[in-house]
Design a protein around this ligand. Structure first.
Ligand code: RTP
Ligand code: MG
Length: 159
């Protein structure tokens, strides 16, 4: 049978302030990314102002956890990645595990959130949940990044 070329997909992954605050955790998460065949396309450390946090999570305004979430996400340094892999969006979310830490520990004990999560808010990582979110979120974190340009320069098999 003919071998199909790999179809790479981009996702946005973020290591949240709770995990960046602990160098051992940060390093462990970085190694998980490298160990799962993601290509690190972009990586940067940054701190959000409160209004960045409010804008990014606008879809959750009105939820009971919104203020807590906004405050947490602008409380200290984060690390953001543009990652490429086959099935990158689904694969990164699977590695993270469920949002709620108790659920993660119960259903996916090997997941990132089960191992490192502190609470349902301070749950170590973020990952885009769809192609549309990935596009929006990559633009939010890396306004100068151009996926098409990267494809042409680095990955002829990307589509
Ligand atoms: P994410 O967007 O971060 O990938 O996570 P998700 O889809 O699994 O979770 P979502 O429902 O979109 O919630 C976004 C973030 O809000 C915080 N959160 N806190 N009960 C709580 O205190 C609570 N629930 C959600 C988490 O940081 C979650 O990642
Ligand atoms: Mg979400």
């Amino acid at each position: 049978a003919p071998r199909l070329p790999k179809v790479l997909q981009l996702t946005l992954a973020v290591i949240k302030p709770d995990a960046v605050a602990h160098p051992v955790m940060l390093e462990a998460l970085h190694q998980i990314i490298l160990g799962n065949n993601f290509v690190v396309v972009k990586c940067k450390d940054l701190v959000w102002r409160r209004q960045d946090s409010e804008k990014f999570y606008a879809e959750h305004s009105g939820r009971f956890f919104y203020q807590r979430l906004v405050e947490f996400m602008s409380s200290g340094p984060m690390r953001a990645y543009v990652l490429a892999r086959e099935d990158a969006i689904r694969h990164w979310r699977e590695l993270m595990g469920p949002t709620k830490v108790f659920q993660a520990r119960y259903t996916s004990p090997a997941s990132i959130r089960a191992q490192f999560g502190l609470t349902d808010t301070r749950n170590t990582t973020h990952g885009s949940d769809s192609v549309e979110s990935a596009q929006r979120e990559i633009r939010f974190f890396f306004p100068d990044f151009c996926a098409e340009e990267w494809m042409e320069k680095e990955e002829p098999s990307f589509r």
